[in-house]
Design a protein around this ligand. Structure first.
Ligand SMILES: CC(C)(COP(=O)(O)OP(=O)(O)OC[C@H]1O[C@@H](n2cnc3c(N)ncnc32)[C@H](O)[C@@H]1OP(=O)(O)O)[C@@H](O)C(=O)NCCC(=O)NCCS
Length: 349
């Protein structure tokens, strides 16, 4: 097949103003297509984060443009050698890509295949992972021969509809059922003095999330990684809120966190919520979520929505979220294909 589209690698640290004009115009177009009712992250925040050195991840970024107009953007990420967790994650290449909606079905999307194979071969990745929540994405990925390995959804809670008295009762019930368990609240930043204690317990809870059939590695969060994450939050003026339940022996039995960004004042993001397997069934999840919801409502009276992502198979989390009033906003799937299958697909074309 002759190819009239030319992917060009972008080094965001040295990219000039022309690139950023093209990129932000394209980003706006995609935002209008996928999240038209939400505020958009400001250019300087996005740009600053893309320019920042990432000590733990490799990023490969490419554009296909026609003059001043970006037609397609592709970004791939992988764990950086030497990062904790490298051994179980090194085979994975995580990709996001899209084509300008007025330029689809002209063969631009398929242009990425040889390039992705080249990146995978260069860095010894054997599994390619791509998510989509759009019909065109599902069709394209099925055409490619990738398989859906994980389904999930962005769920949203409209604060105006919340039964706050019910959440108060979850808190009372949680306290009653676990009278020796302490609730800890941290706003703004998790204090550095507790990172050594928090990180291994946080990591072990993250690894209890259901991943369905997804090929994935172990999640490892170390204090320096948490420091980097917090530094990125500081750069974007984002504010974190953490609530923990702690048992009398000092073990953290449950965690929930939320992040507020001043540039999206109507939306507060709910991050991870987890309860240790040996502490489940005591109402800690409801206690944590109820307490956090009330806390964040009081802190941000202009917020309309809480937004969270959940695996379709995460029955306990979905049960709590549904009871709170979270409703499905957009469903999506993560597809994966091996490097060998992708190479074979390329031969077939
Ligand atoms: C997915 C996407 C990148 C495909 O880009 P594209 O340039 O249109 O893809 P191509 O033209 O190379 O399509 C290759 C084949 O995929 C299949 N395909 C792509 N889009 C399709 C659609 N909307 N409906 C049915 N089949 C489709 C077709 O078989 C097509 O070959 P054909 O046109 O010869 O029949 C684009 O639709 C997009 O940006 N979607 C939104 C973002 C997204 O979901 N990205 C994640 C997935 S990569």
């Amino acid at each position: 097949m002759t190819n009239r589209w030319l992917p060009v690698e972008v080094d965001t640290k040295s990219a000039g103003p022309d690139f950023w004009v093209r990129y932000h115009a394209y980003r706006r177009l995609r935002h209008a297509e996928t999240r038209p009712d939400d505020p958009i992250t400001p250019d300087d925040v996005v740009e600053g984060e893309m320019k920042r050195e990432d000590p733990y991840e490799l990023h490969f970024r490419y554009e296909i443009s026609d003059g001043n107009q970006m037609l397609s953007w592709l970004t791939a990420g992988a764990i950086r050698p030497g990062t904790p967790g490298y051994d179980t994650n090194k085979h994975l290449l995580w990709v996001e890509g899209s084509v300008h909606r007025h330029h689809r079905r002209q063969g631009i999307g398929r242009t990425w295949i040889p390039l992705l194979l080249e990146v995978m071969e260069r860095h010894s990745h054997t599994t390619l992972s791509v998510g989509t929540e759009e019909k065109s994405g599902h069709s394209f990925l099925k055409w490619l021969g990738a398989e859906s390995k994980f389904t999930g959804a962005e769920n949203r809670l409209k604060l105006a509809d919340v039964d706050w008295a019910m959440l108060e009762s979850w808190i009372a019930e949680g306290r009653k059922r676990s009278p020796d368990t302490r609730m800890e609240v941290y706003d703004g930043r998790l204090p550095e003095s507790m990172w050594d204690d928090y990180c291994p317990q946080f990591s072990s809870m993250l690894n209890t999330m259901p991943f369905e059939d997804l090929d994935h590695g172990e999640i490892v969060v170390t204090p320096p990684m948490l420091a980097e994450w917090l530094a990125r939050m500081d750069f974007g003026n984002r504010v974190g809120h953490w609530m923990l339940t702690r048992e009398p022996d000092g073990i953290i039995s449950g965690i929930t966190d939320m992040v507020y960004a001043p540039y999206t004042p109507t939306i507060v993001h709910q991050g991870f919520t987890g309860v240790r397997p040996d502490a489940r069934g005591r109402g800690l999840g409801k206690w944590l979520k109820g307490a956090m919801a009330l806390h964040v409502r009081d802190l941000y009276p202009n917020a309309w929505w809480f937004v969270t992502d959940n695996a379709g198979s995460n029955a306990p989390m979905l049960a709590i979220n549904r009871a709170m009033g979270f409703r499905t906003y957009r469903e999506g799937s993560e597809y994966q294909i091996t490097r060998d299958a992708l190479a074979a697909r390329l031969q077939l074309r």
